[in-house]
Design a protein around this ligand. Sequence first.
Ligand code: R2B
Ligand code: URA
Length: 309
Amino acid sequence: SSSASLPERDSYGKNGFVHIKNPHLDSLPEDILYHFDLGTKTHDLPSMFGDVKFVCVGGSANRMRAFALFIHQELGLEGEGTEVADICAGTDRYSMYKVGPVLSISHGMGIPSISIMLHELIKLLHHAKCRDVTIIRIGTSGGIGIEPGTVVITDVAVDSFFRPQFEQVVLDKVVVRNTDLHRELAEDLLQCSKEIASFPTIIGHTMCTYDFYEGQGRLDGALCSFSKEEKFEYLQRAFTAGVRNIEMESTVFAAMCQLCGLKAAVVCVTLLNRLEGDQIAESHDTLIEYQKRPQQLIAEYIKKQLNLS
Ligand code: R2B
Ligand code: URA
């Protein structure tokens, strides 16, 4: 049909439930969420997860554990946060922590890794009958033409050609999906950043690539098939197209969350300015401090939503 080439997209849920767009799922006698080591027969997912309202995801298992401990402290919950246990301890693919209404999960690096996690997470939220869930990716990125340490809230994720879309290969066809993020959520997060005001925060486009080195125009990989001039010409064009940072998960994250009716945001700190270099050379302590910035912003947002601040 004539609409076949239009990107797939959806509007946000009418009843607040996640949308599972798979007619085959209902006929499964049991759903095993293999990479989480959870399942519908082995676990009571509604009682374990039914009260989840905020899901925060990020690449590293350690950082997502640190985020869970931090949010425990910020929400003023009882007990020692140190006892927060990894719900996915039966697998070392992903880590998952639950702190009150907040779920903190790692997704590894790159589109395939986060995509597997999101399939199982979205099914988990569905099986658990969660409603009105907001999902936020808190991550790291390379900035373009902005001060290192700046936090970028993504308005739209773009691919390596600066197109606002994600191409999913399904069987032997390419399905094109829209990668807009939730505009109002992005604005609310920017407002929160103004209230904290301890680091620069902007809204901009985020470019998502399949590689950290050549795929992001780096001159310092094991392979490099372009000149320094070509690198700068490409990054300059990205900047002109509105791209302010580069990472490796935002397009599939935006596409899947939107199709499943999840209100989603991407909030990444920039570790360097790619117009100044390719290597991440800041001190360990500086990098640790930078990585806390998206966490501080999201903690503030969640507290506001829960009327705790
Ligand atoms: C940001 O940082 C990782 C690469 O260093 C990757 O997961 C990403 O998106
Ligand atoms: N993550 C990326 O994907 N790129 C960077 O330059 C830094 C972190």
